[in-house]
Design a protein around this ligand. Structure first.
Ligand code: HEC
Length: 457
């Protein structure tokens, strides 16, 4: 299960993990109904039931993994004065929701998990997992304020303690204007650009940036900031067998297309030796590895940065990106992170039909998986992963319904697979075209990949 190399040609990199469209599938809150007898009832009916219960429901793998059920019968007792399932939050002395008003705001894990405007602070905590709702836009500012008022009032079950008019504010947190993040206290900052993007053009290129590191580095947190108009930024490393002649010149823009639209194939040859390291489609991303887990970056290495900027105006615009690689000392590293890449190259989807493809990948060593996310193109309607083998065989551990924004699932504690066990991937596609679809590199082709990260003992 070592990383299987994927030849990711330019035309598809825009789809790697995130897709190319700008879809916002925000759902508006239902207007609160008057027969809800308390602030808690309103939170349950208009916030939890509509945004959270789909995952936090008894019997689902998400509920098992998070130890949290948010259906009306049990949600209050699941939250109030209950210790979190998350080990880091428990160690920090948090409750899911505390009842001491102001003193409980920063001690309520529920609040930490939904408070998107405070996410820079949130990601200072290693091991708190993803923001909620997982894989969806944040709650509205009105919903957040309403929950905050409830916590400030001591999280009562039966009284009205917050004004329902707050819920009329349906704005959502937007990441701040682009600015350079502070240089990490320990680590490296990469800076790409500013560079021009021609009018009405999508500029996508690779840019090899050496790290000039005499010693190996252990990265356990990555922050990425992108100027608006950036579609994505991905960091690739190179596999060991990359031929020296293909290694790119440092600090040179290797465009995939020139403004006339023709593709620079030579610039793509090396991409078949790429190994995905990290990346984002969001203007601001922070990813913190679990405590003690870090990516090992060999000495004197570098990253091939892949940037894609979209300019829909008639004027030249500028693209720019920052990447902060926060490192820890080698003695703090308990486990080196390995990248998981389960890529099914062998499937075919007949025209005008719905097809489910199944493929099992097994491991030959004991592995601890702590992150999973799927990747497919636009015909995918559902992507599931089940444990194969062992006492939990058949258990669903990952599901995505949205090919463009698959949830990036953090598994804490990690999912342990013994030698011979594996994951069974099951992806369903609705092929609405008149041709058979197969694995392919263009966005009109399809893919079936489960990415992730793991460590070995
Ligand atoms: C797509 C599935 C999904 C949705 C939707 C979702 N969650 Fe979660 N939730 C998870 C998973 C998986 C975890 C555990 C991993 C993590 O924390 O990142 C989790 C963890 C949590 C935890 C931490 C529990 C603990 O004790 O450690 C809280 C609190 C939480 N979710 C609240 C919410 C709220 C509130 C919503 C709705 C606004 C929501 N979630 C929506 C999947 C989901």
């Amino acid at each position: 299960m070592k990383a299987i190399r994927t030849a990711l040609l330019a035309s598809l990199t825009c789809a790697i993990a995130w897709g190319c469209g700008d879809s916002s599938n925000a759902t508006e809150p239902e207007s609160p109904s008057s027969d809800l007898n308390s602030t808690w009832d309103v939170i349950q009916a208009t916030i939890l039931s509509t945004n959270c219960v789909e995952c936090h429901v008894a019997g689902s793998s998400f509920a098992r993994q998070s130890g949290l059920i948010l259906t009306p019968d049990v949600a209050y007792s699941q939250l109030v004065n209950r210790a979190p399932h998350n080990a880091a939050a428990r160690t920090d002395g948090l409750f899911l929701v505390g009842t001491e008003g102001l003193a409980s705001v920063d001690k309520s894990f529920l609040w930490e998990k939904i408070n998107a405007p405070n996410q820079l602070h949130y990601f200072d905590h290693a091991g708190y997992g993803a923001l909620m709702p997982l894989g969806k836009p944040p709650l509205t500012n009105g919903e957040l304020e309403y929950v905050l008022q409830w916590i400030l009032a001591g999280a009562p079950e039966t009284e009205h303690v917050a004004d329902q008019a707050l819920l009329n504010n349906t704005e959502r947190y937007e990441p701040p204007e682009f600015e350079a993040p502070p240089v990490p206290a320990l680590g490296i900052q990469l800076h790409l650009g500013p560079y021009d993007v021609a009018p009405n053009f999508e500029r996508e290129f690779y840019y090899y940036q050496p790290l000039d590191n005499d010693e190996e580095l252990f990265v356990n947190r990555v922050d990425i900031a992108m100027r608006s108009g950036s579609h994505h930024l991905i960091l690739y490393g190179f596999s060991d067998d990359v031929p020296a002649v293909l290694m790119p010149e440092p600090n040179v823009f290797r465009d995939i297309r020139d403004p006339s639209g023709s593709t620079n194939l030579l610039n793509l040859l090396v991409t078949q030796y790429h190994e995905f390291v990290t990346g984002t489609q969001w203007p601001l991303m922070n990813y913190h590895f679990p405590p003690g887990v870090a990516l090992r970056i060999p000495s004197n290495s570098g990253f091939d940065l892949n940037a894609h900027s979209i300019n829909r105006t008639g004027e030249v615009t500028q693209g720019e990106n920052y990447v902060n690689l926060h490192t820890i000392e080698s003695r703090e590293v308990e486990h080196v992170a390995e990248l998981l890449n389960m890529n099914n190259l062998d499937f075919s989807l007949p025209p005008n039909a719905v097809t489910t493809v199944t493929r099992t990948f097994r491991t030959d060593e004991r592995i601890h998986i702590f992150q999973l996310f799927s990747h497919a193109h636009e015909h995918m309607t559902e992507f599931k992963a089940f444990i194969d083998g062992g006492s939990r065989s058949g258990e669903l551990v990952y599901i995505a319904y949205d090919w463009e924004h698959p949830p990036i699932l953090e598994l804490d504690p990690p999912l342990i697979l013994e030698p011979g066990q594996g994951l069974r991937l099951e992806a369903t596609y609705n092929n609405t075209t008149n041709r058979t679809l197969r694995f392919g590199l263009l966005s009109v082709d399809e893919m079936m990949i489960l990415f992730g990260a793991y460590y070995v003992d």
